[in-house]
Design a protein around this ligand. Structure first.
Ligand code: HEC
Length: 173
């Protein structure tokens, strides 16, 4: 099974358009929830344990996002997490202030953007992202150009970062 998924991913990556295997999320995209800010959906990333995340960014920052460049001051990103289409979990947030990222979270349906702060636990993992502490920067930059929501399958469980080439390929022109 895992091998088959890898193959699908490899083929999709070769085609320059990584796609979600089996079309699962296209059919089962959960209804939209209030995130407390007007954000646009740029990607859905599924994990090999059945969990998936839906990622959102503010339009003004999206317009200025470019591969290989830091995101602009004020960039606002939310990431919903799901353990199945009916099973919503925490929404993770981050906000760029100056050159620093502030992190936060809230429970689904109870948006709260107060109290974002520099969090070591988030930073410690995001430091491994190739660009600007943001794993999905290439993905969102491409969405800004194409307006086509990325639907990706990462062959890792939970929050384990995918290989850097995964995000890079997903954002390749
Ligand atoms: C163990 C690693 C890890 C930790 C710890 C972690 N993240 Fe992430 N985060 C990721 C990965 C990997 C992604 C990219 C999405 C994916 O591959 O599923 C991501 C994506 C995000 C995104 C979408 C924008 C981006 O950077 O691509 C937000 C927002 C986010 N995380 C917030 C948080 C917050 C808030 C915390 C701390 C409470 C946190 N993360 C802790 C691994 C981590």
């Amino acid at each position: 099974m895992i091998r088959a998924r890898r193959l699908v991913l490899a083929l999709a990556a070769l085609a320059g358009a990584p796609a979600l295997a089996a079309g699962a999320l296209q059919d089962e995209e959960p209804p939209l929830a209030d995130l407390g800010r007007p954000l646009v959906h740029y990607a859905t990333i599924a994990r090999n344990d059945g969990a998936f995340r839906r990622l959102w960014i503010d339009e003004a920052s999206l317009a200025r996002a470019r591969r290989g460049e830091p995101l602009p001051d004020g960039t606002t990103i939310a990431m919903e997490t799901f353990y199945g289409p009916q099973n919503r979990a925490t929404v993770f947030t981050k906000l760029k202030q100056g050159s620093a990222w502030l992190y936060g979270s809230f429970e689904p349906g109870q948006p709260d953007w107060t109290g974002l702060k520099a969090k070591t636990v988030c930073h410690a993992c995001h430091i491994d992202a190739a660009e600007d502490l943001t794993f999905t920067l290439p993905v969102l930059a491409k969405f800004g150009e194409t307006r086509s929501v990325a639907r990706l399958l990462c062959d890792q469980p939970g929050r384990v970062p995918c290989d850097a080439t995964f995000y890079d390929h997903a954002g390749a022109p």
